[in-house]
Design a protein. Structure first.
Lengths: 470, 450
């Protein structure tokens, strides 16, 4: 069993803990073990305010009996600590009954999707701090209107181990490296902000492959440009979204609504729509956890299932939903590698990984040229969706007017609002310039997980823009 | 923190005693637990019972700061955390304002944060009342289904110690129930929710939570998209609470000193209408976020932020206060053992007016009642003041509530909205948020729709 070297908990202990989890007659038990080390550094007002180190280590134990899930977690990874948590989870899942099981585990399954060159914990803190100082200098150098720069660096190295009573034994090592910069510019009309970030599931080599000074200058330029921005229009207009900046639109407009846990409770506007045309036939939507180095890439999901590429919408037709263990089991099908959780202290549920729309046929420059009047969105903020009605919003943090087929004046920040199925049908032009976007954190039911998104330049023929100008 | 926790205090004290000459150390030790019950269609969907603990250490030497935390109270791990925090110090930039808080003599206002009845409440009872809540929501309206009914409680113990002589420990617990509903009409489905909070389950108003959840889901059935226009809006208490919370960052002394507040340079100026008064008062036990000490261990206190429309002050931690050459206002914030202190308002309250929501609406010929907003994190920029959120609610026609509307935005700027307030309701609702709720009437807001 040389493959079992360096596991966070020995397989024989896991077997006994899983068996204890089923001691009250449960039909499924699972142990999720995590050991995460993280480093973060913050720069603000020209100073490195602090470097911080963190360690999170523990196990979550899930026991399922019929339709009921019991869950307990512990930071004590000794056999005694794990058995106590298993008993608590078993009691939680059960109102009586009883049974004894033994659990046989297979060899460890690993499914690495990223190749780490510079492990972040092997890079000195001095190099990490120096990165922030370069970012600060580059942003401040853009314009005299820049009055404040704040930048953050973060990395984590997380080892996970999952075992369950069906014999699954799987391990992964997940690395994340992140840099973000926020800039404030001040002018006659008040203050404006710019923001950029860079995050990948690889190590410190990400900073050899990306120009952090350019990232900083771009955030600074965004703030300076917005100093002369006019209020965004109000009402409905055609909206062109720049490639690599609008994946959040799909994340909100249909991603959440294609999650099987939401579908199974009839809380999605896409329920009972498999096989139906729900979007413009230009749209093919993928969720792909194997996408190397992207922010939502994972070797295995948090239930021990290997990540995979899932086609959710093909040429406008829903082909499948996303699945975790429980929802797949209820439907008698395979899970899709979308069972994720924030940490060992959380229950897994259906989550996206990297969600994106594939290239279409159109020339991105022509998409703008063919839009007489509208809004060009170069950078989106976050979003929010009501999956049942399909209504969703997303913020624009860098946007311009389109007048007579040309990008003209910058616009102040605002939200856009639309209804998912309507917006998907209203995508009438789709570019051939696909790009992934910035790292994101997706929130659902109180848990945050890292996700990626991407799309080519596209046009929605009508979206409601939440500005104040007539 | 009226109940002390000697065991955790001893751990915090032990860490601080290890300070070397010239070193300031702050230790925060925490332990907590939670119960989470979810019921769906009459059955228990999940039951979570969990405990966690951890320690966070901040070390300051020669004006440089380093921090570290670990999610365990294991003695070896604590030693590693202290070593890591010390190691991190060398990478900080020297900052003349860096440092821990020092005792300021302000007396702590004692409050009760621990409920023995909740601590001893039987598990079966928690499951039963969650099932009861789901049944009541279903009974409230035949068009209503549920997505989940939930009971959640948590308890927390923490201890705090510094080399500057601040020591405090305490224990708190709390609980709430919530229900998420769906209402169907043909192809259309709308969502609602209701909740109730209390010191213990005996305080829950299950009927109110169920009724509100059913109302929220059903009232939007058949809603249409309104036309774009400028109009008067009435913010429901639940929406006002979210709106006021956004203002917190503008009062934050650290943001002010770093040029990130719309209120910088405006002390003593009329920033809101003359009948608008806003206080931050965590000593008021009615506030959901009431606390007795702040994130640096100083006494929490009542601060008047805006009086009769005039900006009175900014809120400060010891660090932001040193930057601004003033003293802490007891407004350090902290997100548990893993977080470092920041600055913020703790429990914001708008002084109420005299009219009920119905009376406020009766004064409006043409307007919109805003009952929910979305995308506050993506469409509001507290630094520029730009304000744009998704919204849903009801039209107001000739002094009465009319038809439901959805899929539109409301837009203005934070600066203008404070000057465009025309009336404040008397309908105070102590919601589980950072700011109290009440109805607020604002003029000249852009509704963006079709």
């Amino acid at each position: 069993m040389s493959n079992n070297e360096n596991l966070l908990v020995a397989p024989d202990v896991l077997s006994r803990v899983l068996a204890r989890g089923r001691s009250t007659g449960a039909d499924f038990s699972e142990v999720f073990v995590e050991d995460k080390r993280s480093t973060s550094a913050g720069l603000d007002d020209g100073k490195i305010e602090q470097v911080s180190s963190g360690r999170d280590r523990g196990a979550g134990i899930r026991v399922v009996k019929g339709d009921t899930t019991g869950f307990a977690h512990t930071s004590d990874l000794s056999e005694k600590g794990l058995l106590a948590a298993a008993e608590a989870a078993a009691a939680a899942a059960s109102r009586g009954g009883g049974g004894v099981n033994s659990v046989a585990l297979g060899a460890v399954m690993r499914h690495p999707v990223n190749n780490i060159e510079k492990w972040p914990d092997e890079v000195t803190k001095r190099e990490k701090v120096a990165l922030l100082q370069r970012v600060d200098a580059a942003a401040r150098g853009v314009h005299k209107a820049i009055v404040q720069v704040s930048a953050g660096y973060g990395d984590s190295r997380k080892r996970i181990l999952i075992a369950n009573s069906e014999g699954v034994l799987a391990a992964d090592e997940q690395v994340r490296t992140l840099l973000r910069v926020s800039v404030v510019a001040s002018g006659d009309g008040g203050m404006q902000t710019g923001f950029q970030s860079l995050g990948h599931t690889i190590g410190f080599e990400v900073f050899d492959q990306n120009d952090v000074e350019e990232l900083a200058r771009s955030a600074a330029q965004q703030a300076v440009t917005k100093l002369s921005a006019r209020p965004a229009p109000s009402g409905s207009l055609p909206v062109v979204i720049k490639h690599g900046s609008g994946g959040v639109l799909f994340h909100e407009a249909c991603g959440h609504g294609l999650e099987a846990d939401i579908i199974s409770k009839g809380a999605s506007v896409y329920k009972d729509k498999k096989g139906e045309l729900v979007a413009s036939s230009l749209v093919t939507l993928i969720d792909d956890g194997t996408m190397t180095a992207e922010w939502g890439a994972i070797g295995i999901d948090d239930e021990g299932h290997p990540s995979q590429r899932n086609v959710l919408i093909q040429d406008g037709v829903i082909t499948d939903y996303m699945w975790d263990y429980l929802r797949a089991r209820n439907e008698g099908r395979r899970q899709s590698g979308n069972g994720r959780r924030q940490s060992y202290q959380h229950l897994p549920m259906v989550r996206m990984t990297n969600t994106f729309v594939l290239n279409g046929p159109h020339d991105p420059a022509a998409i703008v040229r063919d839009t007489k009047n509208g809004v060009y969105v170069a950078k989106l903020g976050g979003g929010q969706v009501d999956t049942a009605s399909g209504d969703f919003v997303f913020g624009m943090t860098e946007a311009y007017l389109i007048e007579n087929g040309e990008i003209t004046e910058p616009l102040r920040d605002g939200n856009l609002i639309g209804n998912g199925p309507q917006v998907l049908r209203d995508i009438d032009l789709l570019g051939n310039d696909f790009a992934m976007g910035n790292p994101g954190t997706c929130g659902k039911d109180g848990q945050g997980v890292p996700v990626g998104d991407g799309q080519p330049t596209l046009r929605v023929k009508s979206l409601t823009i939440g500005g104040t100008a007539a | 923190m009226t109940i002390e926790v000697p065991e955790l205090q001893a751990i915090a004290d032990r860490i601080v005693r290890q300070a070397k000459p010239g070193e300031q150390i702050e230790a925060y030790v925490g332990r907590g637990g939670e119960t989470s019950v979810r019921v769906y269609e009459g059955d228990l969907e999940h039951f979570v019972s969990a405990q966690s603990d951890g320690v966070g250490i901040r070390v300051i030497k020669d004006g440089r700061t380093g921090t570290a935390y670990a999610g365990t109270l294991d003695a070896t791990a604590i030693a590693e955390v202290l070593a890591e925090a010390r190691d991190n110090v060398q990478f900080g930039t020297q900052d003349e304002f860096a440092g821990l808080a020092t005792p300021d003599g302000v007396a702590v206002v004692p409050q009760k944060f621990w409920d023995e009845e909740l601590a001893n409440y039987a598990t079966e009872g928690k499951v039963d009342l969650t099932k009861d809540l789901e049944r009541r929501a279903l009974a409230a309206d035949s068009r209503v289904r549920t997505e989940s009914a939930n009971y959640d409680d948590s308890w927390d113990e923490s201890a705090f110690a510094t080399t500057t002589g601040i020591r405090a420990s305490g224990r708190s617990n709390s609980c709430y129930v919530s229900v998420v509903t769906l209402a169907d009409d043909g192809d259309e489905t709308q969502t609602g929710f209701g909740f109730s909070v209390g010191d213990s389950p005996k305080d829950f108003d299950l009927d109110k939570a169920a009724r509100e959840a059913a109302d929220r889901a059903t009232r939007l059935l058949g809603a249409t998209k309104p036309a774009t226009k400028r109009t008067t809006i009435v913010l429901d208490p639940y929406v006002t609470s979210q709106f006021i919370s956004i203002l917190s960052s503008a009062f934050n002394g650290e943001n002010v000193s770093k040029g990130r507040s719309i209120f910088a340079e405006r002390l003593g100026e009329q920033v809101a209408v003359p009948f608008f008064t806003l206080v931050d008062d965590p000593t008021n036990k009615l506030a959901y976020t009431a606390t007795d000490i702040d994130g640096e261990g100083l006494a929490a206190r009542r601060n008047v932020l805006i009086k009769d429309g005039v900006l009175q002050m900014f809120v400060q931690s010891s660090y932001s206060a040193r930057r601004m050459k003033t003293t802490s206002t007891g407004n350090a914030t902290r997100g548990g053992f893993a977080g470092s202190p920041g600055v913020g308002c703790l429990a914001m309250q708008v002084a109420p007016g005299t009219k009920s929501q119905a009376e406020l609406i009766a004064d409006i010929d043409d307007g919109v009642l805003i009952q929910e907003v979305s995308g506050l994190h993506s469409g509001v920029n507290p630094i520029s003041g730009d304000f744009s959120t998704g919204a849903s609610g009801m039209t107001i026609v000739n002094g009465a509530v009319g038809a439901p509307i959805r899929e539109f935005t409301i837009g203005s700027t934070l600066q203008r909205m404070l000057q465009d307030i025309v009336a404040i309701g008397n309908d105070i609702d102590w919601l589980p948020m950072r700011a109290v709720g009440l109805s607020l009437v604002i003029n000249d807001v852009t509704i963006s729709g079709s």
